[in-house]
Design a binder for this molecule. Structure first.
Ligand code: UDP
Ligand code: MG
Length: 311
């Protein structure tokens, strides 16, 4: 193993004051025992629980720590992206702050890297620590994503290793609507998978409650795939064909002299069509909204404070 390998560990964190000391101690322990040269970039995604103060105090003990603090909560993807830009190592490993991702898997990551993989995905070997609800929704999410044409790796969150070339390539993706779990596989390169046991969250609550998860999934689909728009077009076409047939039937009935009351049919179709139209408009609106956000070219995040050696 090449001991001179420079490893940057990028950790996005949002209200993780309780987990941070344990996390940093753990990374340091593993890195030192393997003799890796490393840095930890802690990206504080607008925490309000004093996480930044913890970062500051940890830095006094561990000089390998660098800190970046956002001006508000911008989301995990933005924090990761910011960490990528700051990282100086030959490889970058991203992991969660809550100790769910197992840094002991680093050996496997580096082995794959040395075998020529530019991207190594940490894939959880089981979902035993999840609730049945999270398990089912997660499986549904991966299935739906792939159905919609977004490349995602099953049971992989954001615990992964990326090499310099892979990071460079990633930095060329200029979109503001970042969906890293889809973009990274799309960038390409030789990749490998390392299985790891996902632990329980060390402290605190998940920062991804159901609402945030749903909007994350929604963003993942709409920032990658135009399939929903195509489905709308198809549905519209299908309904058009059906309505032509219906019209024909109505005409025949009229000619034969049936006077159909048909109140229920009428009401039913008004509500059904109205609903479909609103849905279709909503989906289109979603895409227009995405375009709107992109053309504004807003920064992905705003940095408020930095703890770094460079002036
Ligand atoms: N996180 C973040 N910004 C957010 C939400 C979460 O940086 O807006 C971080 C969080 O601190 C953690 C990681 O992203 O380090 C994963 O979040 P979490 O553990 O809450 O997600 P879960 O494991 O429940 O899916
Ligand atoms: Mg977690």
């Amino acid at each position: 193993m090449n001991n001179k390998l420079d490893i940057s560990v990028v950790v996005p964190l949002y209200n993780e004051a309780e987990s941070l000391p344990e996390l940093v101690a753990w990374i340091d322990r593993v890195a030192v025992s393997h003799g890796y040269a490393y840095e930890v970039i802690l990206v504080d995604d607008g925490s309000s629980d004093g996480s930044w103060e913890v970062v500051e105090s940890l830095r006094e003990k561990y000089p390998a720590i660098r800190g970046i603090g956002f001006a508000r909560n911008y989301g995990k993807s933005a924090a990761l992206y910011c960490g990528f830009a700051a990282a100086e190592g030959e490889v970058v490993i991203t992991m969660d702050a809550d100790l769910q991702d197992d840094i002991e898997a680093i050996d496997g990551f580096l082995k794959k890297y040395q075998e020529g993989c530019e991207v190594v995905y940490g894939v959880r070997s089981s979902r035993a620590t999840d609730t049945a609800f999270k398990r089912t929704t997660a499986q549904g999410f991966y299935k739906l994503m792939r159905l919609m044409g977004t490349p995602v790796i099953d049971n992989h969150a954001d615990f992964r290793l990326m090499s310099r070339p892979a990071l460079e390539a990633l930095s060329q993706f200029g979109e503001v609507n970042l969906f890293l779990r889809g973009i990274v596989p799309m960038v390409g390169f030789r990749s490998g998978i390392v299985e790891y046991e996902r632990h329980e969250r060390f402290a605190g609550e998940s920062k991804y409650p159901l609402g945030k998860m749903v909007s994350f999934a929604f963003d993942g689909i709409t920032s990658f795939s135009t399939m929903p728009i195509r489905l709308i077009t198809l549905a519209g076409f299908g309904i058009f064909v059906v309505s032509l047939l219906a019209l024909l039937i109505f005409l025949v009935q009229k000619l034969l002299g049936y006077t159909v009351q048909g109140w229920a049919t009428l009401m039913g179709s008004i509500w059904l069509m109205g609903g479909l139209q609103l849905l279709a408009l909503g989906v289109l609106g979603e895409y227009i909204g995405k375009i709107y956000m992109e053309v504004k070219h807003r920064p992905r995040f705003v940095i408020e404070q930095v703890l770094d050696d460079s002036p």
